[in-house]
Design a binder for this molecule. Structure first.
Ligand code: ZN
Length: 330
């Protein structure tokens, strides 16, 4: 980078001092994370609730076959540390939504979108406005991607562009697929915007929507603006976040559930593991503890309090096992 025209040592220092959060470590998040890590962003928070599956690997380029079944955020950190051990990583295996987006995104300088649902993006967009953090938006499906950069106070927001649009269940990556190449193109554009924001330059995609069609290799730009009617970015007092004290349970693939606590915890896993060793088979490191119970179900608990429960058929059963290892029931 330092050999580049218009890029100096101070710019590199700015990048090394930037905290960036990548929300979603899938098809967009993977190539973006690899670039951000190699570039040397100071701290990278990675938020994703899922586990690695074989079908992910053709486009989710930071994982390999040995990672199958592991929480994506943990596998991502293991693999990215080999790319650049100087980056500080903060893996959070949680489901992001209206109830926790503000807590999860607080303290970061830039938000980079690797999500696959508008419901989650709406929560991120709202938190970006409330916290005043720039949000680099990208969405991709089939051969197409859309991108824009929303800077609170300077540009409109995702809601200005999307209005009341909802997720179309017939048009997801799972249903119609997405090419790995459009994901890499879009992720590179996102990282380009992240570099500009980190070194104090105006983003190229502020008040602009970029579309990519990898089928015809067409790149288009449209001017977009701020809607004065927008309830998210045009109100003087942003609505306060929805708070809940409940844990969130999300079904992942067959017989696997993610459990996200209402707030981020800081568990001492080695200590907890010691207590459980008499009753269960337990493996633990500083960041992850894996407990296998006698009937074969496996609980992967992360220090942040999130867990992935494997081998159960219902959300109730997943919660029961989660509470069991935390000593919350008998
Ligand atoms: Zn708006």
């Amino acid at each position: 980078m330092l050999a580049l025209r218009d890029f100096n040592e101070d710019d590199m220092k700015s990048i090394m001092n930037t905290i960036i959060t990548v929300v979603g470590a899938g098809g967009l998040g993977s190539p973006a994370l690899r670039l951000l890590t190699a570039l040397g962003f100071g701290k990278i928070r990675i938020i994703d609730r899922d586990i690695v599956e074989l079908s992910n690997i053709q486009r989710q380029t930071i994982y390999n076959t040995q990672d199958i079944g592991e929480p994506k955020v943990e596998a991502a950190v293991e693999n990215l540390k080999m790319v650049n051990p100087n980056v500080e990583f903060e893996p959070l295996c949680v489901s992001i939504g209206e109830e926790n987006a503000i807590d999860l995104l607080r303290g970061t300088d830039i938000i980079l979108d690797g999500l696959d649902s508008f419901k989650a993006r709406r929560a991120v967009n709202r938190a970006s406005q409330i916290l005043g953090i720039p949000y680099i938006f990208a969405g991709a499906v089939e051969y197409y991607a859309n991108l824009s950069t929303f800077v609170p106070g300077k540009t409109g927001c995702l809601n200005c562009v999307m209005g009341s649009a909802e997720d179309n269940p017939d048009n997801t990556c799972a249903q119609v697929g997405v090419t790995p190449t459009v994901l890499s193109l879009a992720a590179a554009v996102e990282v380009n915007e992240a570099i500009r924001l980190a070194i104090g330059h105006e983003p190229i995609l502020g008040n602009r929507l970029m579309t990519i069609d990898s089928g015809s290799l067409t790149f288009d730009f449209f001017d977009i603006g701020k809607s004065e009617e927008c309830p998210i970015c045009s109100k003087s007092e942003p609505a306060s976040a929805v708070k809940t004290n409940e844990i969130t349970v999300t079904q992942l693939c067959s017989q696997s559930y993610n459990i996200s606590p209402p707030q981020i915890e800081r568990f001492d896993l080695n200590n907890l593991a010691q207590k459980l060793r008499g009753s269960y088979s337990v493996k633990s490191t500083e960041r992850v503890m894996i407990v296998t119970v006698a009937s074969g179900e496996r609980i992967t608990l992360m220090a942040s309090g999130s867990a992935i429960i494997k081998g159960v058929d219902t959300a109730e059963e997943a919660i029961r096992l989660y509470e069991l290892i935390l000593g919350k029931n008998s």
